[in-house]
Structure formats: C-alpha cells, structure tokens
Design a binder for this molecule. Sequence first.
Ligand SMILES: Nc1ncnc2c1ncn2[C@@H]1O[C@H](COP(=O)(O)OP(=O)(O)OP(=O)(O)O)[C@@H](O)[C@H]1O
Ligand SMILES: [Mg+2]
Length: 278
Amino acid sequence: MVIGALACGGVLWVVVASRIRTLKEQRDTQQHLLTRVEELSHASRVNMLGDIVGALSHEINQPLTSVVNYAAATSETIKRLPALPHGEVSSLLKGIEDEAFRAGEIIRRLRDMSKKTIKGRTLVDINDLTQQTVIFYRAQFVCPQNLITLNLAASLPAVKVDAIQIQQVILNLLNNAREATEEIDGRVPAIQISTELDAEGQVQVIVEDNGSGPESKDLELLFRSFYTTKEQGMGVGLAICRLIAEVHSGSLQAELVAPTGCRMRLTLPVEKPVAGVT
Ligand SMILES: Nc1ncnc2c1ncn2[C@@H]1O[C@H](COP(=O)(O)OP(=O)(O)OP(=O)(O)O)[C@@H](O)[C@H]1O
Ligand SMILES: [Mg+2]
C-alpha cells in the first residue's frame, strides 16, 4: 500500500517535473522567439533606414554635383570678365536654381514613394520623355560623339507615370551604360536607347550598351541594395530604379548582350481605357 502510494507519488512527481520542464522550455523558446523578432524588426528598421539614406544621398548627389559645377563656372566667369556679361551669368545662375529645385523634387518624390502615393502621375508620351532625358544627359555629361543613339517606336500609347521618377530611372541606366563602356578596348563605345510596345501591349524603354557586361552571372544581384563592382559606386542606383518601376506596377530586368554588353528593360503598363469612354 505504502509502496503503491510512494510509486504513485513518484510517478506524479516525474509527470509534474517533466511538465514544469516543458513549460520552462516553452517559456524559453517563446522568450528566444520574442528576442529574435525584436532583433529582426530592429535589423529591418536599420536596413530600411540604410536603404533610405543610401537612396537619398545617391539621388541627391547628381543634381548637387551640377549645382557645384554651375557655381564654380559662375565665379570663374565673373573673375575672367571685368564687365559683367549679364546674359551669361544669369543663364548659369538659372542652372543652379533648376538643379537645386530638382534636388528638392527628388527628395519630395522619394518621400511620396515611401508612402506609396500615386500623386504626381500624369499621362506621358514615353518617346518625348526619353528624348528629353537624353538631351538633358548629353548636356550634363561630356560624352563621346554619337555615344547614345535613339530608336523610338513609331507610335506608343501614353503611360500614366511620375515623369521625374521615370526620368531618374533612364538617367541611372544611361550612367551605368556609360560607365560600362568607358574602358573597352578595340570597339567604339555605343549605347542604344529604344522604346517598344511588347506583346502584352506594355510600353518598354530599353537601354543597351556594348560595354564589359555584368561581372555577376546572377543578374538579380545587380538589383540588390549596395551591390557594386565600382570603386566609387554605392550600389543603390538599380535598386532604386527597380523600386520605381515596381511602384508603377512595372518591372526592370537585366539581360546579357552577345558578344558583350548589357541590356536593361524597363516595362510600364498602359492604362486600360475605361469601357464606354473614347
Ligand atoms: N550596363 C551595365 N553593364 C555592366 N554591369 C552593370 C551595368 N549596370 C549595372 N551593372 C552592375 O551592377 C552594379 C550595380 O549597379 P548600380 O547602378 O545599382 O550601382 P553602381 O553603379 O555600382 O553605383 P551607384 O549606386 O553609384 O549607381 C554595378 O556596380 C555593376 O557591377
Ligand atoms: Mg549606377
């Protein structure tokens, strides 16, 4: 009887002890999970902050470099000429003003983009926008003669986009193409920018170069934040470009060009006409 009670108590104790152990393990696991979730959300906040800071400094750097160049040219002009040529000085100052305004616009639009707003989108003729962007690019950078050629589709439906953001994408793609064609031996550097209507009726802007081609076989790597093969690169240009394409419900893809080079394909959906509206 006593032995039976003891055995029963012993079994009970073993059950209770194992239950306590299980509860403690569960609590430890829960605690561990909570800590992990906190660590992860902290890490993702840090990553997000890094992405935003990287994106901002990258995008603002270009117009600010132009501001500095215009300012330097202005003071050089003033120094060189005793009698002030007002026309020339005011056009240089206009350059400073425009570029500073563009920097402000870029910050505002990046902020809007993080709120996923679609404000600022208008119906745009992508051929016009591409052409204007190339003109702007040629004016900003000293490019070899005939480096960039245009090949625009005869007629394209309008796309509803934020023109400044799409212009940023094209500028970034042109920059990468130019950098990729800078050190090629034995062939003339060439960048072709074309527009097309694809089989699904979407508009495409394609930037193709005969440069060195991507170093990585994994072309998705090119779009990862902070992936760069350049000494002075930040590795955020393409990450931002893809983000812009995706907030427009479009896409940005890299392709290899034979024998050497890279093709970037920006696809933008066309607004479906509302039934009954012509
Ligand atoms: N046209 C191209 N040809 C070959 N490689 C390219 C091309 N475009 C991009 N890449 C590769 O993808 C990488 C990432 O490009 P991304 O534009 O994001 O950054 P980056 O040009 O290195 O620096 P930044 O942030 O200043 O633009 C580049 O460093 C390069 O290795
Ligand atoms: Mg780049």
